[in-house]
Design a protein around this ligand. Structure first.
Ligand code: SF4
Length: 393
């Protein structure tokens, strides 16, 4: 039996290779310093946890006390290692943002009687139908009579949208745990406190939706369990990946960073890439030169009114034909074809311009399509060897 969690499943969804490293191979890699966003989030969580824990002991902390506790934890834990990615904002800007999150929330919720608190930073496991278990950790679990609230604090700089909340797996799975463990729960709300915006986002799931979610989660876990290929998924998130130095997408680059300039220049990979790119540039240049000569051959054949131009040992046959020119935006063509019901005639696996060109040149398409295209001249220049009898001298 394996313990799954929202973050474990998200890791697989974002990058299967990262999943393999994190949960299967577990290579020894140094933990990178955290970001200021994550640091601020954890400090705010800590302050609000204290607020509600103290309330559980009939101690209602004043706003100053909570802010003081937040600032004390901040001062104790902040270090130069915490990464501030945005050059326009300092760690102090984030501290002030954290203060504002707490202050706004405190004022809006005071006197904190919206719900009875049942748990803070809860820890439990939920059994899944495929024999595995699912980790449940709720920032704040509360109830008001038979209404339950699964609450999550967010300090993100982007407001969560309703469609995102309605599609969220994390709190929805936790609400399944609530329904299984609190039989009086008639309604369970998923509630995100979006602290930077002093707003809440609320969503709900029906029993049928939760059953469907559990089935999908189980199917995802089964896919992971049966997985034997773990592709990398290179995205902007790689910059935050702990395994970047051992990931095949970046490991050569990481090795190079450790080399002296002399070793770097001698590295086989560096030399091969440089050689490949030099040849590639030559190839491009050569292609450009060939095209230029081809144009001249075409002009020559037209001026001289000859179909074949002869060289020493080879000849070039020049054939012209009508060629259909298409606009950059093919959507207009597709629309015209769909309108007259012939779009499917050109899409066996994917749209075939060749088939359409044949019909354009044969006059077998409607005016709507003809309006979008133009017919010009295309040339084919084909080289071949001169026959023995053709050779001069
Ligand atoms: S660096 Fe990127 S591609 Fe490589 S494991 Fe990490 S997330 Fe995946």
């Amino acid at each position: 039996m394996t313990r799954y969690s929202h973050s474990r499943l998200s890791t697989y969804e974002k990058c299967p290779y990262q999943y393999k490293l994190k949960y299967i191979e577990r290579p020894d890699v140094p933990l990178p310093p955290g970001t200021i966003e994550a640091f601020m989030g954890s400090m705010v969580h800590g302050a609000l946890e204290k607020l509600y824990r103290d309330l559980g002991f009939q101690k209602r902390d004043g706003l100053d006390e909570i802010i003081g506790s937040f600032n004390a934890s901040w001062a104790k834990s902040i270090s130069d290692d915490v990464i501030v990615n945005n050059p326009e904002h300092t760690a102090e800007n984030y501290r002030l943002t954290g203060e504002k999150c707490i202050s706004d929330f405190y004022k809006r919720m005071h006197p904190f009687d919206q719900m009875t608190i049942l748990g803070l930073e809860t820890e439990d496991m939920m059994d899944l139908p495929n024999g595995h278990s699912y980790h449940v950790r709720i920032d704040k679990l509360g109830c008001r009579g038979k209404e339950y609230f699964v609450c999550d604090y967010k300090t993100d700089g982007r407001m969560k949208t309703q469609p995102e909340a309605d599609a969220d797996r994390q709190l929805a799975m936790y609400s399944k745990w609530v329904r299984d463990n609190h039989r009086d729960a008639e309604k369970t709300y998923l509630l995100w406190h979006m602290l930077r915006f002093d707003k809440d986002v609320v969503s709900e799931r029906t029993d049928a939706q939760l059953d469907d979610l559990v089935s999908k989660t189980v199917a995802l876990i089964d896919r992971i369990e049966g997985c034997d290929e773990w592709p990398t998924n290179r995205t902007y998130l790689c910059d935050y990946c702990v395994y970047k130095a051992v990931c095949p997408e970046f490991s050569h680059e990481a090795e190079l960073k450790l080399l002296t300039p002399e070793q770097f220049a001698e590295d086989d990979g560096v030399r091969l890439v440089d050689e490949y790119m030099a040849l590639n540039a030559q190839e491009k240049e050569l292609k450009g030169s060939i095209e230029a000569v081809k144009s001249k051959v075409i002009s020559f054949s037209e001026q001289k009114n000859v179909a074949v131009v002869y060289g020493t040992a080879h000849k070039l046959s020049v054939k012209s034909s009508d060629k259909v020119e298409y606009p950059k935006d093919m959507e207009r063509i597709y629309d015209a074809l769909k309108k007259n019901g012939t779009y499917d005639d050109y899409t066996e696996t994917k749209f075939s311009k060749d088939l359409l060109s044949k019909d354009v040149l044969g006059g077998a398409v409607g005016k709507d399509v003809m309006r979008e295209v133009s017919v010009g001249k295309g040339y084919r220049v084909t080289p071949s060897k001169r026959g023995r009898e053709e050779e001069d001298g």
